[in-house]
Design a protein around this ligand. Structure first.
Ligand code: N01
Length: 550
């Protein structure tokens, strides 16, 4: 680990916060520009999401070969993925391989948290402070802090009084948690809860899943990759990458693993009998095969009925099946969950579902959890309760821009920025996959690479043109925010009955605003490229001296 320089201000060109995929690639590119750069990382290893989320069953739902870096052809050829959807340990190994292969660790400060980030107009630089006493002055600051990296622990009475083991899925210890033969409670049924349920059920003596809102989840198409699969992908990487970059969600559909483009057929056009045939043929997947499910509430309601029937077909206890079936929000409102054997797990004799809508929490006790109907005793409580998504990590860092204005103040009524990349009043501060960009609606690796490449080109342009400062105009920012909202309006994402973390609805007091850009990866890339082609349209580029006078 690099030793922090205490009580002295270290002078660097750039600070990157976060050593996940975004931070690693950004460091590699900034080195290429010759910039003296450091990465600050709270964990003691690289990988970001894939470092922290080690819970049983953690797995990416994007095809492994597509959820990988494209920037180095040799890296593509030398790495072999073992499964169609990679499990967490494999992705973490990949991130470590990238860090070693490009000798990145020597510029990463591990186990270090950023505590303050202040813009200094006189120095035309950011001052970054850490909990280890670092004070670094750098012209550029790049937030590679991830979209789902600020874990939420629920506000349940007595939460700290439990004497057994409490653990969050997003802060799962490296050494693991002893679950074999234990009585386990799992709170939360989003992606993390749904993925961990079958795995915990296999080893625990008993698993009780506490569900507040049932989830739409679709069976994973995961399978081991064969030597033939790998050879085919390796021969076609370039074409696949091109397709990803111009696609809707950054996925080329390798092995038929994901939706390349939206479907066009309409569910409402099918007579009842054909709908039933499709249901028999495709199961849960049928509810994602029709265009109007995403756009027409009537079709969505029909799809929901089909979904409910599938749950009833799998889950043998009718009351449990009913409780597991979402009924009050549309398909497509929340992030699609992908599972391996989720519903069938509720047929196991050692698994019980507690529907918190009928039986709310009263408190966490020394021995377990008390609901309105009684006390359950546990050895382990697992919290799969989600994240303060997209803005949480950024706002936790105490970022202050021009004239000391806190980012938290600027974003009090929701995030505002230009292209999801930069905010007015916060010069030279970049957010990789920030709110207002496709980010969580896309294959993150594709969106990360696009942003890192854009930022690298931008810094290179500034250098080549004798400029030191870049900042979006308020007008450009306002019109981008309006555009982001306009394209989201009328989609299932923003339906009045939808309460998702995309909207900030999972965080008490957070302003309801749809945060990612729904316009598509290809369209978004084009817009970013056009801005560059027009000489950084919507940005003001300045020299350090002039910037002082602003
Ligand atoms: O979090 P979530 P997550 N009492 O917010 C419940 C990505 N990801 O970590 O819906 C009781 O989705 C909450 O209930 P409700 C992916 O983008 C990807 O699972 O608010 N329950 C909900 O059920 C995903 O969307 C992968 O009523 C409480 C759950 O906790 C995102 O991360 C894998 C509660 C939180 O679900 C977040 O997923 C994992 C309370 N007080 C994650 N508070 C893959 O690549 C919260 N809940 C596959």
């Amino acid at each position: 680990m690099a030793t922090a320089v205490k009580n002295e201000i270290e002078q660097l060109d750039a600070v990157i916060v976060g050593a996940g995929a975004a931070g690693l690639y950004m460091l590699h590119r900034l080195r290429g520009l010759g910039l003296k750069t450091t990465v600050i990382e709270a964990g003691d290893g690289v990988g970001g999401t894939w470092y922290w989320n080690r819970y049983p069953g953690a797995r990416c739902d994007v095809t492994s070969v597509e959820y990988s870096f494209s920037f180095d052809k040799q890296l593509e050829q030398e790495w072999n993925w073992s499964e169609m959807m990679a499990p967490q340990p494999e992705i973490e190994r990949y991130m470590n391989h990238v860090a070693d292969r490009f000798d990145l660790r020597r510029d990463i400060r591990f186990s270090t948290r950023v505590t303050a980030v202040n813009w200094d107009d006189r120095a035309t630089a950011w001052t970054v402070a850490t909990d280890r006493g670092d004070r670094i002055e750098a012209r550029y600051c790049i937030m590679a802090t991830g979209c789902l990296s600020s874990p939420l622990k629920p506000d349940i009475k007595g939460i700290d009084s439990f004497t057994g083991v409490s653990v969050q899925t997003s802060m799962w210890p490296r050494e693991g948690i002893e679950l074999e033969g234990k009585r386990v409670a799992l709170i939360g049924t989003g992606s993390s809860g749904v993925q961990s349920t079958p795995e915990i059920a296999k080893v625990a003596s008993h698993l009780t899943v506490f569900q507040r809102t049932p989830t739409y989840t679709w069976p994973s198409m995961n399978r081991p990759l064969t030597a033939e699969d790998i050879a085919k992908v390796k021969a076609n990487y370039e074409k696949m990458r091109q397709t990803q970059r111009s696609s809707r969600v950054g996925i080329a559909g390798s092995f038929g693993g994901a939706l390349l483009e939206p479907p066009t057929a309409k569910l409402l056009d099918l007579p009842e009998e054909e709908r039933r045939q499709k249901l028999d043929e495709h199961g849960f997947a049928v509810t994602r095969m029709f265009a109007d499910v995403a756009t027409d509430m009537e079709a969505n309601i029909v799809a929901r009925e089909m979904y409910a029937e599938m749950v009833r077909r799998v889950v043998t206890d009718p009351a449990t099946a009913a409780a597991l079936t979402p009924s009050d929000y549309p398909i497509g409102c929340k992030r699609a969950v992908v599972d391996q054997d989720y519903f069938v797990t509720f047929n196991r004799p050692n698994v019980k579902l507690v529907d918190l809508r009928n039986e709310p929490f009263e408190e966490v006790t020394e021995k377990g959890i008390r609901t309105s109907t009684g006390e359950y005793e546990f050895d382990v409580i697992v919290y799969a309760t989600g994240f303060d998504a997209m803005t949480g990590a950024l706002l936790n860092m105490n970022i202050k821009g021009r004239e000391g204005r806190p980012l938290a103040e600027k974003w009090a009524a929701g995030p505002r920025n230009y292209l999801g990349l930069m905010a007015e009043g916060f010069p030279n501060l970049f957010t990789i996959t920030g709110p207002g960009s496709p980010s969580v609606l896309s294959n993150m690796l594709v969106s990360i690479e696009q942003h890192v490449d854009w930022i690298t080109e931008c810094l290179s342009y500034l250098g080549a043109n004798g400029k030191d400062v870049i900042e979006p105009t308020l007008e450009a920012e306002d019109s981008w925010v309006e555009h982001v909202n306009t394209v989201a309006d009328g989609t299932m994402y923003t339906a009045p009955s939808c309460n998702s973390w995309y909207l900030g609805a999972n965080v008490p007091g957070k302003t309801r605003q749809f945060m990612p850009y729904v316009g598509g990866v290809g369209v978004y890339r084009q817009k970013c490229d056009e801005v560059v082609a027009k000489g950084y349209d919507g940005f003001v580029l300045d020299t350090a001296k002039e910037a002082v006078a602003v």
